[in-house]
Design a protein. Structure first.
Length: 163
């Protein structure tokens, strides 16, 4: 996908709404060669999706071996709004709690007191984290109104051609 096409998809208002959500599904190939798909909190910084995880997370050896990933950000209503993204995961080991981790967990409903307690607990538990940074190389927005999955688009074209 050309950078201009990618930017056009990611800059659509609906894409921006989806990129402001707090949960994505990260798909990758596990060490045993089978697919994995895990929900994970994320933040969008305007050019990259940043996810944070523990230094001992089972997904990290897999991502080091094969950094190709796919992300799905969607809604829970019908028809769903879906943003599909592909890219490569870059792993950044940090000795502290990344700002992104604190930001991405800011959408959870907590009182100011609960937030202070939560952050203190996080800082006492983790000796650092790994930032999983994905720069999109491909994206598709599906809203089932103006855009459809490619297989459905193909069926509509076939039906129109045979009519």
């Amino acid at each position: 996908m050309r950078p201009s096409e990618l930017a056009e998809v990611l800059n659509r208002p609906l894409s921006q709404e989806l990129l402001a959500r707090d949960l994505t599904r990260l798909a990758y190939v596990a060490k045993d060669g089978t697919p994995r798909n895990v929900p994970i909190a994320f933040t969008w910084n305007g050019s990259e999706i940043v996810m944070c995880t523990t230094k001992n997370a089972p997904k990290l050896p897999s991502l080091r071996e094969n950094p190709a990933v796919a992300l799905t950000i969607d809604t829970e209503v019908h028809p769903p709004k879906i943003l599909l993204i592909r890219g490569r995961a870059e792993l950044d080991v940090v000795d502290d709690i990344p700002d992104e981790y604190v930001q991405m967990n800011g959408s959870y409903e907590m009182t100011p007191e609960q937030r202070v307690e939560w952050e203190a607990e996080v800082r006492s538990l983790y000796d650092g984290m790994v930032r999983i940074v994905v720069t999109p190389t491909w994206a598709k927005l599906i809203d089932f109104e103006t855009t459809l999955p490619s297989a459905i688009e193909e069926l509509i074209q076939r039906r129109a051609a045979s009519a």
